[in-house]
Design a protein around this ligand. Structure first.
Ligand SMILES: [Zn+2]
Length: 408
């Protein structure tokens, strides 16, 4: 276990396609691999139709039925986290060009004896005109708009003959649909329509050496449960080796498939950034409370975390922290010698792998990342050197790293 903690995480891409990526993730904990999976599925913002105003609907489907189908259509959302605001953060009242994309669907069937398919290709993006409903006069929003691609908000695969359009409903002669949609930014934790992923899965321990799975079988377990492709990357179990009940999974075979709203590369990179930001916020939350208490009257509301100076916090005795100065999570006072996660004065401290260079950086991802030049996304990642998940500089540190002031 100790050995696992000291190794740096390794990402190796095995296959990258237009809408899927297959990679291995090594030297991380099972919990981190699973958090990564969940973040990619549920926490990355995309654009999806959120409001529908029906003007005419003489099709056989009720308005709600069509509205729901419209919401589920994937829209091109590349760089959505920077190119668009949440309406709750916007200065407008309900929607505007900075926090919404307007689409219209206006189709009528005039064909004799033919059923017409209304598909996602019939949806057209409408650019708001100055002064119209949904126009925000605020001056400084141009920065967001410039970060959007030309086809931002368009249905995925529109104008691409190789991608079959998504059927919305069918019309007979004389039937008509005319409606207006407002697409907004959101995450799949709120509604699954905002998920950029159609499938994310990972496997570990294909030979089931760890016995995390109980296989039901009739006569021969190995014959009845053939191993997966991933087993080729691992050593087969030997019958003469006793079961190691201390062993932990260390290598994860991940497969990410997107619905086209975001590319697989963006999903993985933004997923890592989002996970990093979440952890940074956790640290921030842990840090601020004792500080707040101290300000409110000097009482030490959390005696357990206010141990003797030097070592402290969260069970970390002197020297138990990552670096030389030692300190646990909560050496919050700036005057202390040791450094916790976020000390402004600290020496070596924090997350980083002890006495090492980069965390995640360096290897596989940096080769394919077009944009990520370094720098974590955490707003508070401070001056941690050339840090960042996708940093091509090998010397840079990953998680805030070993240079001073990891997260503060
Ligand atoms: Zn707005």
């Amino acid at each position: 276990m100790q050995a696992v903690q000291e190794l740096e995480p390794i990402v190796r891409i095995r296959d990258l396609k237009k809408d899927s990526v297959n990679f291995t993730l090594e030297n991380v904990d099972l919990g981190l691999a699973n958090s990564f999976r969940r973040v990619m599925m549920a926490d990355l913002p995309t654009v999806a139709i959120d409001m529908v105003e029906v003007e005419t609907n003489t099709s056989v489907l009720p308005d709600e039925f069509i509205s729901h189908r419209l919401g589920m259509i994937p829209l091109v959302s590349a760089n959505c986290d920077e190119g668009m605001r949440y309406t709750r953060d916007c200065t407008c009242l309900s929607w505007c060009q900075y926090c919404a994309v307007e689409l219209v669907l206006n189709v009528a069937c005039n064909l004799d004896d033919t059923t017409m398919d209304v598909t996602s290709s019939h949806l057209d993006v409408v650019l708001p005109a100055p002064g119209s409903i949904g126009w925000n006069d605020e001056g400084d929003g141009g920065e967001e708009l410039s970060k959007r691609a030309e086809n931002f908000g368009h249905p995925v695969g529109k104008d691409d003959p190789s991608v079959p359009p998504i059927l919305i409903c069918k019309l007979r002669k004389g039937q008509e649909i005319k409606l207006r949609c407002i697409a907004k930014k959101g995450i799949a934790k709120e509604h699954a329509k905002w998920s950029p992923c159609s499938a994310v899965g990972f496997e570990y321990d294909p030979y089931n050496k760890l016995r995390h799975t109980s296989h039901w079988f009739e006569s021969d377990e190995r014959a009845e449960w053939p191993v997966s492709e991933n087993a080729r990357e691992e050593e087969p179990p030997r019958d003469d080796v006793p079961f190691d009940f201390n062993a932990r999974p260390n290598k994860f075979y991940m497969e990410v498939e997107t619905d086209g709203s975001l590319g697989p590369q963006e999903v993985v990179m933004k997923g890592l950034q989002e996970l990093q930001t979440k952890l940074a916020n956790l640290i921030l939350g842990l840090k601020s409370e004792p500080e707040l208490d101290a300000h409110q009257g000097g009482e030490q509301a959390l005696p357990a975390t206010n141990g003797t100076a030097g070592g402290s916090g969260w069970g970390a005795g002197a020297g138990a922290g990552a670096g030389a100065g030692a300190g646990g999570w909560s050496a919050t006072s700036p005057s202390r010698a040791g450094a916790g996660w976020s000390s402004p004065t600290g020496g070596a401290a924090g997350w980083g792998s002890p006495a090492r260079g980069g965390g995640w950086a360096g290897t596989a991802w940096s080769g394919t990342s077009p944009t990520t030049g370094g720098g974590g996304t955490s707003p508070s990642s401070g001056n941690a050197g050339p840090a960042g998940w996708g940093s091509p500089q090998a010397g840079g540190s990953g998680w805030g790293g070993t240079t001073a002031n990891g997260w503060s």
